[in-house]
Design a binder for this molecule. Structure first.
Ligand SMILES: Cc1cc2nc3c(=O)[nH]c(=O)nc-3n(C[C@H](O)[C@H](O)[C@H](O)COP(=O)(O)OP(=O)(O)OC[C@H]3O[C@@H](n4cnc5c(N)ncnc54)[C@H](O)[C@@H]3O)c2cc1C
Length: 265
């Protein structure tokens, strides 16, 4: 079994700051981490490696420093890393990102499972996984809460607010992980030594535009069909009101009065 896990390097914060002039994210001074849902995807893949000896390739698209998430993945147990990096890919929206990642997965080839996180904490669209599956023309199951491999079949539990669905899926398949899937392991000391040393560096391949079969009109800023009109952090203007009164009945009456004044009831 060969598993490709897509890992995005994201800023370690939910407090996104935006440059008001350019509308882009301010990344300076914000440390980067592996996107949390992607760590759950990686852990699920590592368990397949532990149980069935699956081969595990960690893949990330981003600037050269995105190698860090690949090294972290190798320290946790991934066999090798692929970094997709080229200036031509800059400014890609989700369509273009998925186009490029799908082309890299085609180049790697012979995969059984592509694992993604459900959602990245910076872009937050949850579009890239499903788009990759569409471009690869393979089935997909999103919001994966549990996955088992038995008798050459994958049994996948999909979690939704309405209930859980159990699917039996054939490979190749793309799955997107949610945090309920598992608790990711820590890297081992041996893994850290290997991944962050020369050995780790040798195990990372870098794909640039010339390595991939992609339509240049579908990638980068020009190939991105979405236009960001404006980015901003919403102003928090909530005011708290404490309702006083003699006992709960009195307080409830005051609350009803206030809500009806605001036409809320
Ligand atoms: C309209 C628009 C314009 C944008 N313009 C720019 C821009 O100019 N410059 C810029 O830097 N960004 C830009 N972005 C952000 C960039 O497109 C997204 O970061 C990227 O497409 C991933 O989308 P997401 O963060 O919503 O990921 P999601 O769809 O939420 O991610 C789901 C999963 O897909 C996988 N995944 C996502 N991205 C990667 C990756 N890079 N490598 C490996 N796996 C990945 C991960 O497993 C992740 O958990 C733009 C986004 C939009 C919507």
């Amino acid at each position: 079994m060969r598993i490709i896990v897509c890992l995005k390097q994201v800023p370690d914060t939910n407090e996104v700051r935006i440059n008001q002039e350019t509308g882009t994210l301010i990344r300076d001074g914000v440390p980067s981490i592996m996107n949390p849902d992607d760590k759950n995807a990686l852990e699920a893949a590592l368990r397949f490696k532990d149980e069935f000896g699956a081969e595990l390739i960690a893949l990330s698209m981003g600037p050269p420093q995105a190698k860090d998430v690949l090294k972290e993945a190798m320290a946790m147990g991934a066999d090798e890393g692929v970094l997709i990096s080229d200036r031509a890919f800059g400014g890609s929206d989700t369509w273009a990102t998925a186009t490029i990642i799908a082309a890299a997965i085609e180049k790697i080839g012979n995969y059984d499972v592509v694992f993604c996180g459900r959602q990245a904490i910076d872009g937050d669209t949850a579009q890239v996984g499903p788009e990759i599956a569409e471009f690869l023309n393979i089935p997909q199951v999103t919001y994966v809460k549990n996955v088992k491999y038995e008798d050459d079949k994958l049994e996948v539990v999909r979690y939704t607010e309405y209930g859980e669905y159990v699917f039996e899926v054939a490979s190749p398949v793309l799955l997107t992980a949610i945090k309920e899937l598992n608790v990711p392991r820590y890297p081992t000391i041996k893994g850290i030594n290997e991944a962050y040393g020369d050995k780790g560096e040798e195990k990372i391949r870098v794909f640039c535009i010339g390595d991939l079969v992609v339509d240049s009109t579908q990638i980068g800023l020009k190939g991105s069909p979405t236009n960001v009109y404006r980015s901003f952090v919403p102003v928090k203007n909530k005011v708290s009101v404490i309702i006083d009164g003699n006992g709960s009945k009195d307080k409830a009456n005051t609350l009803i009065m206030k809500l009806s004044e605001l036409n809320l009831i």
